[in-house]
Design a protein around this ligand. Sequence first.
Ligand SMILES: Cc1cc2nc3c(=O)[nH]c(=O)nc-3n(C[C@H](O)[C@H](O)[C@H](O)COP(=O)(O)OP(=O)(O)OC[C@H]3O[C@@H](n4cnc5c(N)ncnc54)[C@H](O)[C@@H]3O)c2cc1C
Ligand code: SF4
Ligand code: SF4
Length: 434
Amino acid sequence: MGEKMKEASYDVLVIGGGIAGGEAALNLANNGLTVLIVEKDLSVGGKMILLSKVFPTLDCSACITTPKISEIARHRNITIFTGSEVRKIRKKNENDFEADLIRHPRYVDAEKCTGCQLCEEACPVVVPDGYQFNLVGRKAAFIPFSIANPRAAAIDIESCTLCGACEKACPPGCIDFTQEPEEYHIKVRSVIIATGFRLFDPLLIPRYGYGLHKNIITSMQMERQLAPTRPFNTILRPGDGKVPCKIAYVLCSGSRDASVGNPVCSQICCMYSIKQAQLLMGALPMADVTIYYLNIRSFGKGFEEFYEQAKGMGVSFVKGKIGKISENPNGDLLLRYEDINENRVKEKVHDMVVLSVGIVANRDVSSFFGEGLLKLDPYNFVSQPDQLLRPAKTSIDGVFVAGTASGPMDIPDSILSSGSASAETISYIIGRNE
Ligand SMILES: Cc1cc2nc3c(=O)[nH]c(=O)nc-3n(C[C@H](O)[C@H](O)[C@H](O)COP(=O)(O)OP(=O)(O)OC[C@H]3O[C@@H](n4cnc5c(N)ncnc54)[C@H](O)[C@@H]3O)c2cc1C
Ligand code: SF4
Ligand code: SF4
């Protein structure tokens, strides 16, 4: 541990550097407030920076996110700590919070790193690449992904054998195995929680066979295959590298299902599946795409038209409840389902299945404040005591919530909620509204 705890003060602490936290920080910084973003990951951008295109406009997600993220990263009122976490936050008084933070070592001097990737080439250790949702491997010395911000290497010390090959290969000599965790004690006037969501773990539905049958992937793995920073130059099924031609989507995988502990609608899965189906029709014009659904929830602006557009492109929609997915010897998948319209059980073979996994709460939030101070809702999202009139307010005055930390929502709603959180924060700091 570093010898001395470092001290600093800012107007606002934003926890989480996804699109919600980034947008809130930018609003505050543009109003003259100083902001510290604490991001757990090695890059800011959250899930959005990893997506392909966005519904219902089909704009390229990376093309929207990267300029926004670089505006945030270059703003003179914003400081970003990546690879960092909040240990504890104490409210001393109104407009007076103290937080203990830890910055984990990257083992690379990010200021000096040129992003040349020579360390990656030299490193002999290969491990699954979490940013590609384990579809491919990466090295122990690695740049998280090509549009990461900061675009600097890091050493995954858990997998590193300390062979020193990266150090020898690095032209500016910025690899530093002596780096240690740094502790910070900071003072702020207000806090925004923007820690986002986690994906439902499909292993919790054993009858679907995820993890057992190789050609079943999650929607996030398909998102990576469709993204501009994709691991392959086409769509491949992971079991044997074959280009699939009969792709099935299983909606509500881990949503609206009390038997797996998540009765909540994830709000985004219908629409992102319809989006991916349209993108697949473009990428693989000969492919059949079938979406198995219980209800299609296309409630937002332009969403119903987007659904109709998918039907017009030839995407099949089957109102069916999946009972079991089993694997044929050639890796194809047999879906046994109840056809709800015909009220009978049917079977159909597909060569790749995508589970449209839901959104669940990021439970990190429960550790930030003293026991029970920050109230959570029954599904462990941050509780909104005045959801109708002041949705950014939490159970602690001066602490606000932005984006999916308070529940499932898409990108436009996350941006709107960041607007609400930043406006509330400004009112709180200047002494109104409380
Ligand atoms: C497969 C898929 C496809 C999607 N497609 C679309 C689409 O086409 N259109 C659309 O509108 N929406 C889409 N979405 C939804 C979109 O991803 C979310 O609306 C958006 O990412 C929410 O942003 P956020 O900032 O709230 O959360 P996140 O993106 O989850 O960001 C949270 C950030 O907080 C950080 N963090 C977490 N815990 C901590 C901690 N303890 N300390 C510090 N930092 C922390 C995380 O590392 C992350 O950077 C899709 C989602 C999925 C899963
Ligand atoms: S020292 Fe570690 S990170 Fe560097 S090349 Fe060797 S195994 Fe890879
Ligand atoms: S070799 Fe050095 S400068 Fe190049 S990406 Fe790796 S750490 Fe950065």
